[in-house]
Design a protein. Sequence first.
Length: 346
Amino acid sequence: MSSRMRAEIGEQPEALRRTLDSLLPRVSEIGQLARSTRQVLFIARGSSDNAAVYGRYLAETHASRLSTLAAPSVATVYKKKLDLSGVLAVAISQSGKTEEIVETLGWAADCGARTVAVTNGAGSPLAEAAELALITEAGDELAVPATKTYTTQLAALAVLGLGLGADVDLSDLRRVPDEVERLIEATEASEALPAIAGELSGVPGAVVSGRGIAFGTALELALKLKEACYLHAMGLSYADLLHGPIAVVDAETPAILVAAGSGPTLLGTIALARRVTGEGARAYSVGGGAELAAASSLALPGPALPEWVAPLALIVPGQLLTEVLARTIGLDPDVPRGLNKVTQTN
């Protein structure tokens, strides 16, 4: 029986097309707002925070803008005023109603930052609080695990990167919706999808790893597996993984490795897959091309996209794996226990 989560995964190509059509004409507007800034501060929680990781790497590696992730408690709990002159504060929230994020964006403005909102909530408090609101066109998302709201956030951040002057090819971004559509079909046709879900259904935990521009994808896949499948999934950069936590990878704790099909982190991901399998553990790969697939125990396909836009599609096989795994172990992926679409934090 299909879930609402699966239906919304399938709605992503059209949601991405609508979002790009809506936001690409605003690149020059973003550039004008950002002209007086030097750094970028991303404000987010949950899946939106994982999207922010992508935004950070894109801004630093392709637009040469020093970027960081905010600690909202500095604003909301400690109530400390900082000098944010020269900072572009980018708040990300699918609903635009999370009070902590709205408050932190207002705090950033009071501290001298220019402000941008990325949200699916047109007319939301977050959109109203920002100087410039990039409204995604995901439509209503009914399943609790974010799918189309997450990938459209990534699309908005790719557009933000263009506004910041990223040295990239716009045609790559235009190809994303069609590639997501192809990847959904390819993943569901893959024998590896039910095979990996079957193996994960029998283990207590897993490590999900990537690096660089793919790191946010690893964090997001780990989050999905935790919230929808109750799997103890640890999201780590493979650089951090190799500094000690790799000791937890064993016969009962497999590694899931995510990578674009090209880019400077691919060789390290392949080496990690070989190390994991060489020590008798299972390594499942998402993307990374033929060489990573060959180094892995089982492999899901990845997008035929350059590294800078690969995360917009790279998460899709992970979303499908999460949905299949949840149903395999008898859970409803649409309504994970203890979660709601909007989470308020004190």
